[in-house]
Design a binder for this molecule. Structure first.
Ligand code: UGC
Ligand code: NI
Length: 168
């Protein structure tokens, strides 16, 4: 039993709060949008910096089907992708958790936890530390755009689980 447990409460996901880590993908806050297709489609344009070309990389489009962890969730790992960005766009109606820390040398003191609505996606910029995909409520599908190609693109740090996310 860990005796130094520290609880962290998720914050609402906003562009400003998340700007150090990546992009919030959300039609409602896009300023660069316009009507196309004879007025029958509205394009929310260029919402995130998809950065996947390092070392001859290419974009992968995936679906992640994530099962919620039992709450309260202890943070036992963080990872980063040094060669590319990684975007998660929810395909259902469930909220989800986003756990991040700034790129560079990892320090658990810098971990921030956000709760995202089902109309918000996130794009982790290259090197942003993050927890793997954390679904809430029920099994949730996410459209994921990240980098494919040569070389190892995933650094992982193991944590002792003393940082625990308050139940949401
Ligand atoms: N491993 C993998 O493809 N997924 C993770 O990178 C993740 O962030 O969920
Ligand atoms: Ni990842």
């Amino acid at each position: 039993m860990l005796d130094n447990v520290q609880y962290i409460t998720p914050k609402p996901l906003t562009n400003e709060a998340f700007s150090a880590y990546g992009d919030v993908i959300q039609a409602s806050n896009d300023t660069n949008n316009f009507t196309i297709n004879n007025g029958f489609t509205h394009r929310f344009h260029d919402l995130a910096n998809i950065d996947v070309n390092d070392d001859n990389g290419r974009a992968l489009l995936n679906i992640f089907r994530s099962t919620p962890l039992e709450q309260p969730i202890a943070i036992k790992m963080m990872e980063r992708h040094p060669k590319g960005s990684q975007a998660f766009i929810p395909l259902g109606n469930n909220p989800y958790l986003v756990v991040v820390a700034p790129a560079g040398e990892f320090n658990s003191k810098n971990i921030e936890v956000f709760i995202a609505n089902s109309d918000q996606g996130v794009n982790y910029h290259k090197g942003t530390w993050h927890h793997f995909c954390l679904a809430l409520v029920s099994v949730s599908d996410f459209l994921v755009i990240d980098r494919g190609g040569e070389g190892d693109n995933c650094d992982v740090v193991d944590l002792d689980g003393s940082l625990v996310i308050t139940t949401v």
